[in-house]
Design a protein around this ligand. Structure first.
Ligand SMILES: [Zn+2]
Ligand SMILES: [Zn+2]
Length: 307
């Protein structure tokens, strides 16, 4: 099989794109389904136009029983998948298996709805209150968690703990940031066997503290991170009997506290530099030597709470 010329996979892919260019670029909430022509769309009943809901088990049954069909991506890579009735499009076997992996804890009965179908992927969401959104590739054989804010195409920063994208993390309220710090800190500690030498210095704790600065809560989030990642400093002697190990734990906590404090201060100063005076009273914002316990674009906590 040649990859070039008018009959090669690339040419066929281009022809297919030209022919069906818009067929997947359809959000199901707008009322039409992928793969249908405009004439057949008018024949669809109202019931068919509602977002598809399905159980994970139904999709896996299709995956294991439906005939294989080749799928070419835009770079001529070939993979195999099947024409899914529940999703309404051709999907690679690997993509469905990766979705099953992501939902392993939920089981085959997990109910999902198709939120949108694009030319490259399908976004599925839980029917119940489960707060995840997952993007399934139509070519690449992967499923990846998306930010849970409806219709956001940003990816989760960390699946299972810091689930927002970078843009939506900064608009989280303090309780949400605290919850994320606890969830991430606990998972990170478990992953690294609570080894104090490796628990500090992570990019995720930096991202969380920076997001907290804007809410005036960097000290609170830093404290939650330190408590979750390491031991409670007041109780170190009770938990760690070996003097050298206790000292290593104290050093690790101090080092991480210093690092996060520096990051928070730098972020608070950066925010103040970009603000043209206090957002409430307009007074010039002074240079700070510590992160304020209120949002840095304000000159005082009373100005911040007046907004
Ligand atoms: Zn987002
Ligand atoms: Zn002010």
């Amino acid at each position: 099989m040649t990859k070039n010329g008018t009959s090669g996979p690339k040419a066929r892919a281009r022809a297919r794109q030209k022919r069906d260019g818009n067929k997947y670029t359809v959000a199901l909430r707008s009322g039409s389904s992928p793969g249908e022509s405009s004439s057949s769309a008018s024949l669809q009943s109202e019931a068919d136009r509602s977002p598809r809901a399905f159980r994970l088990g139904d999709l896996l049954t299709e995956c294991t029983t439906f005939p294989a069909t080749p799928i070419e991506d835009y770079d001529d890579h070939l993979t195999f998948g099947f024409q899914s009735k529940v999703l309404g499009c051709v999907i690679p076997f690997e993509t469905v298996l990766s979705l099953a992996g992501a939902l392993a804890r939920e089981g085959l009965g997990a109910e999902l709805a198709v939120e949108a179908v694009t030319s490259r992927s399908v976004v599925v969401t839980p029917v119940d209150a489960w707060p995840e959104r997952l993007e399934m590739s139509l070519f690449g054989g992967w499923t990846t968690p998306l930010c849970p804010i409806p219709h956001c195409s940003g990816r989760s920063i960390q699946f299972g703990s810091i689930d927002r994208c970078h843009a939506h993390l900064v608009s989280c309220d303090v309780p949400t940031l605290v919850r994320m710090a606890k969830d991430w800190g606990q998972a990170h500690r478990d992953r690294l066997d609570a080894d104090p030498a490796r628990l500090g210095g992570s990019r995720q704790s930096e991202i969380l503290v920076k997001a907290a600065v804007l809410q005036g809560a960097s000290q609170e989030v830093t404290q939650v991170l330190l408590l979750t990642l390491f031991e409670d400093e007041d109780l170190i002697e009770e938990y760690i009997w070996d003097e050298a190990e206790a000292m290593a734990m104290r050093h690790a906590i101090d080092r991480e506290r210093l690092r996060l404090r520096g990051i928070a201060l730098e972020e608070a100063r950066r925010i103040r530099k970009t603000a043209n005076g206090c957002l409430a009273c307009g007074k010039a914002l002074v240079f700070i030597s510590d992160t304020p316990a209120y949002p840095p674009p304000f000159c005082s906590s009373s100005c911040a709470s007046s907004q």
